[in-house]
Design a protein around this ligand. Sequence first.
Ligand SMILES: *Cc1c(COP(=O)(O)O)cnc(C)c1O
Length: 396
Amino acid sequence: MEKRNIYMDHAATTPLDKRVLDKMIPYMTEIYGNANSQHFFGRDAVKGVDEARDTIAKIINAKPNEIYFTSGGTEADNWALRGIAHAYKDSKKHIIISPIEHAAMLSTAKDLAKEGFEIEYMKVDSEGFIDLEHLKTQVRDDTLLVACMLANNEVGTIEPIKEMAEIAHSKKAFAFTDAVQACGVLKTDVKELGVDLMSMSSHKIYGPKGVGALYVRNGIKISNLIFGGHQERTKRGGTTNVAGVIGFAEAFRIAESEREQNYKYVAGLRDRFIEKVEKSVPYIKLNGPRGEKRLPANADFSFEYIEGESILFSLDLAGIAVSSGSACSSGSLEPSHVLLALGLKEELAHGSIRFSFGKHNTIEEIDYAVEVLKNGVERLRAMSPLFKIEGENKYV
Ligand SMILES: *Cc1c(COP(=O)(O)O)cnc(C)c1O
């Protein structure tokens, strides 16, 4: 087969939308003022930043002064958790988070535990849904924050955040959600969700890398993560990434205005892919839920008797880009913490691949990927001694 160039790793990052780039360019060339400067160059930059803030606030049903720009989802996650912990440490020190959070959350939580915060993890079921009944028994009068992502980046589970927030509020705890995978794909109305803080990122929605935002409901105290000048109402120092912020808002605006049509299209690709893979490749398991409670772009499979990395390389050779486990933990050979939390055995957690589709993928690419995957898996299994002993006997 001829060498292709097929991108199926949109949960890791997305290409920049050309319309977004067009909107950004003037802010890198003509309107290059520092948004903190008082001359007209600065004022023009501020105007752009203000408009971007208004756009994002409107999409998530917040006020503009509840949006703080950051360097991305990682910083927003770090800031939400640490900023709230430090602001309220004298009154409350109990924090509950899901065990399938992004590394930005889990690492920060671990670090806060060293500072004396009590970190408790939610239970999740085999499809990745948080256990709300159990959460009700976990929240206490000294619970400060309850945190779970709106949609999981690895297995695509869409979490019951509204219900989680209600449970948090029943004990006067704050509710936080990492909406990086959900923005522009699902409705991310902070009032409807009932969350007090929410993180967002630009580059997962066809915007530029290195920019994102944290929503902090008015009235909530949050300590600085980054100290510096008076930017972001003194809460986040650093010269504003003007072009980045403009691009982020434009990407979010486009994603929101095309949300329903893209959802339908991408979910159609996913369903076709899952159906075909399940028909043509034996000894596999789809991780995460099916249907409406799964991100439209996500198909995550575990393959018995082979390593995810080997499958990834065979797809790579055929020109198909995917992820094994989450991009952040690949490179280390640790099995995915998400799949382990879902109860998968270590061998299965090692043998997993995430396909994440985007608006530019085609049906033809889906069918090609199924074909390449089927052949690759067959070839790898033919070389696997374990498959020869167990697999071939198991179902004869
Ligand atoms: C990508 C991602 C992040 C990190 O965002 P960056 O902008 O890349 O720092 C955080 N949380 C989730 C769920 C993600 O998918």
